[in-house]
Design a protein around this ligand. Structure first.
Ligand code: FAD
Ligand code: DHB
Length: 387
C-alpha cells in the first residue's frame, strides 16, 4: 500500500486530519487499533471551543453539531455555596458548544466512510519508522501490511506508539488527584456547566443532551471504581454541588470511570517525517476542557503545512509545525493547570492554600478583567497561522 500521509489513530486528531487533507487534495490512510463501535462509544470530552466549532463548520462536518449541539454562553463557578457566573459571550462575544467527543468522532467517521476513503479499524502490531518513512501493521484479517508514505501523522493518543519514536524532551507534571466521571440518565440540574470548589473536593456538572448529564468528582489517584457504588456517587455529588435553591437531578448511571490527571508536553512534536498531533504530543488535565480542542488545533496547522508541501513543494510550514503548535499548547497547559490548581483540594493543602484559592475565585468572580481572561481562554483563543 502507498499513500501520501499515513495517519496512526482514529480519534479526533487523526480523523480531522484525514478530513482536512482530503479537502486539500492530499491522500491519506487512517489505521486504528480499536473497532469502529468502540471508538464511537468512548465517552470523553464534551466542550467544543468557538474556533473548533468554526473549523468543523468550514470543513463541512457540522450539520448534526449545529442541530444537536448545545451552545452555552456562560459557566458557573460555585463556591461559598453560591454561583458566580462567568458570562462568556458578554465578555468575549463568543460561546462554547456542548457536544460529545464521540459525536464528533461519529460525524468524522461517517464523512470518511461516505467518501469511500481508507479507514482501517482493528489493526495490530503497528510499527512506525519515522525516517523511511514507513508504517507496518497487521490488518483486521490478520494479514501483515506495509504502508509506504511521504509522511506519518502520529495521532494515536497518550498510549500509542508514535510518541516513543520521537527523540524529544518530555515535560510532565502529575497531580495528586483524579476524576471520577459519570454519565447519567438524568436531565441537567442547571442550564450551564458548574465548576464547584468544595472542602470535600472539586465537582463538575456538565451535560450531553436535555436528558443526559455528565458529572465529575475529584477523587484520590489510587481510588478504585468498585468502591464507588452509585448511591455513594450521588451522595458525594449532592454534597459538593449543594447551593441555595439547587436540586441535583439523579437517575440511572449509564457509565462510570476514573481518569488520572497529568500535564505532558513533548518537544519537539516531530522526528524526521513523523509529526505528532493531539494527545500523542501533549496531555492537559481535563479542567478547562482543552484536550480535544488542542488536538483539532494541531491538525489544522499540520493539514495546512502538508497541503503547502504537496501543492507547492514548500517545507517551511512543516519545519515551523512544532513551534507553531507549541505556542498554543503551552498557553492551554497553563490555563488547564491554573483552573485545576484553583478548583481542586490537594490532599496536603493547608489553610493558607485554601485561602489563596478562595481569594483567586473571588477575584475571578468579581473583576471583569480577571473574568475576561478566564473567558477568552475558555472559549478558545483564535487559531494562529504559522510563524
Ligand atoms: P485519542 O482520542 O486518544 O485518539 C487516539 C486514537 O489512537 C484512539 O482511537 C486509539 O485507539 C488509537 N491508537 C492508540 N494506539 C494506537 C496504535 N498503536 N495504532 C493505531 N491506533 C492507535 N478535551 C476537551 O477538549 N474537552 C473536554 O471537555 C474534555 N474532557 C475530557 C474528559 C475526560 C474524562 C477525558 C479522559 C478527557 C477529556 N478531554 C477533553 C481530553 C480529550 O478527550 C482528548 O484530548 C482527545 O481525545 C485527544 O484526541 P486524540 O485524537 O489526540 O487522541
Ligand atoms: C466536560 C469535561 C471537562 O473536562 C470540562 O472542563 C467541562 C465539561 C464534559 O465532559 O462535559
Amino acid at each position: 500500500m502507498r499513500t501520501q500521509v499515513a495517519i496512526v489513530g482514529a480519534g479526533p486528531a487523526g480523523l480531522m486530519l484525514a478530513h482536512l487533507l482530503k479537502l486539500g487534495g492530499v491522500d491519506s490512510v487512517v489505521i486504528e487499533r480499536r473497532g469502529r463501535d468502540h471508538v464511537e462509544r468512548r465517552v470523553r470530552a464534551g466542550v467544543l471551543e468557538h474556533p473548533t466549532v468554526e473549523l468543523l463548520r468550514e470543513a463541512g462536518v457540522a450539520d448534526r453539531l449545529d442541530r444537536e449541539g448545545m451552545p452555552h454562553h456562560g459557566i458557573s463557578l460555585r463556591f461559598d455555596g453560591a454561583d458566580h457566573r462567568i458570562a462568556l459571550t458578554d465578555l468575549t462575544g463568543k460561546s462554547i458548544t456542548v457536544y460529545g467527543q464521540q459525536e464528533v468522532v461519529k460525524d468524522l467517521i461517517a464523512a470518511r466512510v461516505g467518501a469511500g476513503e481508507p479507514l482501517l479499524f482493528d489493526v495490530s502490531d503497528v510499527v512506525v519508522d519515522a525516517a523511511a518513512p514507513l508504517v507496518t501493521f497487521t490488518d483486521a484479517d490478520g494479514t501483515p501490511q506495509r504502508l509506504e508514505c511521504d509522511f506519518v501523522a502520529g495521532c494515536d493518543g497518550s498510549h500509542g506508539v508514535c510518541a516513543g519514536r520521537v527523540e524529544a524532551t518530555v515535560h510532565a507534571h502529575d497531580y495528586p488527584f483524579a476524576w471520577l466521571g459519570v454519565l447519567a440518565k438524568a436531565p441537567p440540574s442547571h442550564s450551564e456547566l458548574i465548576y464547584a470548589y468544595h472542602d470535600r473536593g472539586f465537582a463538575l456538572h456538565s451535560m450531553r443532551t436535555p436528558e443526559i448529564t455528565r458529572l465529575y468528582l475529584q477523587v484520590a489517584p489510587d481510588e478504585r471504581i468498585e468502591d464507588w457504588p452509585d448511591a455513594r456517587i450521588w451522595d458525594e455529588l449532592g454534597r459538593r454541588l449543594a447551593a441555595d435553591g439547587f436540586t441535583l437531578a439523579t437517575g440511572p448511571i449509564l457509565e462510570k470511570g476514573i481518569t488520572t490527571m497529568r500535564s505532558v508536553v513533548t518537544e519537539p512534536m516531530r522526528q524526521d517525517r513523523l509529526f505528532l498531533a493531539g494527545d500523542a504530543a501533549h496531555i492537559v488535565p481535563p479542567t478547562g476542557a482543552k484536550g480535544m480542542n488542542l488536538a483539532i488545533a494541531d491538525v489544522w496547522v499540520l493539514a495546512e503545512a502538508l497541503g503547502a508541501y504537496f501543492r507547492e513543494g514548500r517545507t517551511d510550514l512543516l519545519d515551523a509545525y512544532s513551534d507553531t503548535c507549541l505556542r498554543r499548547v503551552w498557553r492551554a497547559e497553563h490555563f488547564s493547570w491554573w483552573m485545576t490548581s484553583m478548583l481542586h483540594r490537594a490532599p496536603d493543602a493547608d489553610e493558607f492554600q485554601r485561602r489563596l484559592q478562595l481569594a483567586q475565585l473571588r477575584y475571578v468572580a468579581t473583576s471583569e478583567a480577571a473574568a475576561t481572561s478566564l473567558a477568552e481562554n475558555y472559549v478558545g483563543l483564535p487559531l494562529q497561522r504559522h510563524g
